[in-house]
Design a protein around this ligand. Structure first.
Ligand code: SF4
Length: 528
């Protein structure tokens, strides 16, 4: 559904802020593609765009692709912004630019919902999810499009049922400019890991769309030009196991109908390894990557952070089970925990070697507002407000030692030889367990072949000729070429190259040691 039509027409400019570079933004892979400029289409802003009254013209600008122009601001009567904590500086900058045109600016999304006080300059704060606050915002703008005399805070008390969400306005985004497609089936997570703000923001009882909404969204994503992979951005894909089981047959049917042109990935808790019936369905639906917040292999630390569910199956066994269903595991890791010891870094490197997980997002612990960790550290007087620091946590170990451990782990884990050996393992041991997709004319279309050839040419030229890890690259690439594993060569090199270059830049001090850190740096992903 969308908001009720109102007689007054308002032109709304939705602006998504630039990202600061992070593990998961993949910008070092973009030059290897054919014109990708941004990570994933922002679900929240495209949802709001779709919800606005039908007669309200909407423009969407993702500043990772191009900056909002003078013409955009002159066209608009109001500006909507949304984003995460890491985009805070950029959101405040959009607000400043919109105010130069005397436009009212509203901000919604996860960051303002957790920390309204981060955004003192905005005219409207939309706190919480789509719901009565959204209707109130629309009504106020319809009545009066000028800037209110003082900031108005609108809090959602009555959320719109996700089963009534409109299809996100993917038609407004240039989907072929995105590295991955995104889709959301559920919101919320039943667990309460100490550091995580999801249960506080979105609740412990996951709310759901219907499987029919998801297949309609997938149809729309395809129609609007998405290709390659689609990421389920659900906080935990098995937050409601029955719902996951209900969805999978619909995804399988959809894949059969459309010729398996897309592969899926998602985030889920590691105890998914206990659910072979879910894993079998995911394999059939062609899920090929699963992000699991392993965080640490230390059972004492897992208990302390209330993540005991990671120990329901021994961690290494759980990883092997997921691999046996054809899914490569991507792992979140946290350093700087209270339980860390001087040897924690060495243990992490041993784990990486044993698990053969290629991609791990290794972050320093950061306390986010609205989390039990924040509350505990506040009580213990261990929160440090210093924007020059890599973390706001006063670690038990000396700060420099923790940062040095992070640096050493990043440098070692992402040495080209080691990373490509881990991909070699996945190609030998995991990918052969994936579903053998029936060949379809959609997969072997001339468009796809041309895209593959372009990416191959870029990889050979930019890494194999101009790159500085040529020997390791060619060892890896020649093995793939000899075995006809072209698709694996392209997909692993896109990610591997990003991780190698990102790790070098991060350990050289150009990027933060936490995806969540507020350390002030220039946004490194350029808007043109
Ligand atoms: S399982 Fe994941 S999403 Fe759920 S509370 Fe823990 S970290 Fe957050």
């Amino acid at each position: 559904m969308r908001a009720e039509s109102v007689e007054t027409v308002r032109r709304i400019l939705c602006v998504f802020p630039r990202y600061t570079s992070a593990f998961g933004t993949f910008e070092f892979a973009y030059p290897l593609t054919d014109g990708v400029q941004a990570f994933m289409p922002p679900q929240g802003l495209l949802l709001i765009a779709a919800y606005l009254p039908e007669n309200w013209p909407v423009r969407f600008v993702d500043e990772n692709i191009r900056a909002a122009t003078q013409e955009d601001f002159e066209w608009a009567e109001a500006v909507f912004v949304s984003g995460m904590h890491i985009q805070r500086q950029q959101m405040n900058d959009i607000c400043r630019r919109a105010h130069a045109f005397d436009l009212p600016v509203a901000i919604g999304g996860p960051s303002v919902s957790a920390c309204p006080d981060y955004y003192p300059s905005f005219d409207y704060l939309h706190v919480g999810e789509l719901g009565d606050a959204t209707d109130e915002l629309i009504a106020r703008l319809a009545r009066d499009p000028s800037r209110p005399a003082r900031q108005v805070v609108l809090k959602t008390a009555d959320r719109l049922d996700m089963a009534r969400f409109p299809l996100p306005a993917y038609e407004l985004a240039e989907l072929k400019r995105y590295f991955l497609g995104s889709i959301q089936y559920s919101s919320g997570c039943p667990y309460q890991c100490e550091f995580c703000d999801i249960p506080g923001l979105y609740g412990r009882n996951p709310r759901l769309k219907t499987p029919q909404q998801i297949t309609a969204e997938l149809d729309k994503l395809l129609e609007c030009g998405i290709r390659g992979s689609v990421y389920f951005v659900d906080d935990n894909f098995i937050g409601n196991r029955k719902a996951a089981l209900d969805l999978l047959p619909h995804l399988i049917e959809w894949q059969k109908k459309t010729g398996y042109v897309l592969r899926f990935s998602c985030e889920a808790t590691l105890n998914i390894a206990k659910r072979p019936e879910i894993l079998a369905g995911m394999r059939e639906a062609f899920f090929s990557t699963i992000f699991c917040g392993i965080e640490t292999t230390d059972p004492v630390a897992l208990k302390a952070m209330h993540k005991d569910h990671n120990m329901m199956v021994p961690i290494m066994e759980a990883i092997r089970i997921l691999n046996s269903f054809g899914m490569e595991v991507v792992s979140g890791i946290i350093l700087g925990l209270d339980t860390d010891k001087p040897e924690t870094g060495q243990h992490l490197l041993e784990f990486i070697e044993a698990s053969q997980i290629p991609m791990l997002t290794i972050n320093l612990l950061q306390a986010l507002p609205k989390t039990p960790l924040w509350d505990r550290l506040m009580r213990e007087n261990r929160l440090i407000e210093d924007e020059g620091r890599e973390s706001n946590v006063d670690f038990y170990l000396p700060y420099e030692d923790v940062v040095n451990t992070w640096r050493a782990c990043m440098s070692s884990a992402y040495q080209p030889r080691k990373l490509l050996e881990r991909y070699d393992y996945q190609i030998r041991e995991t990918y052969p367990n994936q579903l053998r997709r029936p060949a379809s004319r959609q997969q072997v279309s001339w468009k796809n072949i041309k895209l593959g050839l372009k990416m191959l040419r870029n990889i050979f030229w930019k890494i194999g000729v101009l790159g500085d890890y040529k020997i390791e690259f060619w060892k890896f690439a020649l093995r793939r070429l000899a075995r006809g594993e072209i698709e694996h060569l392209i997909s692993s090199m896109l990610v591997a190259h990003h991780m190698i270059m990102f790790a070098r830049a991060a350990t050289g001090g150009r990027y933060n040691a936490s995806n969540y850190s507020m350390k002030l740096r220039e946004a490194a992903v350029p808007a043109e």
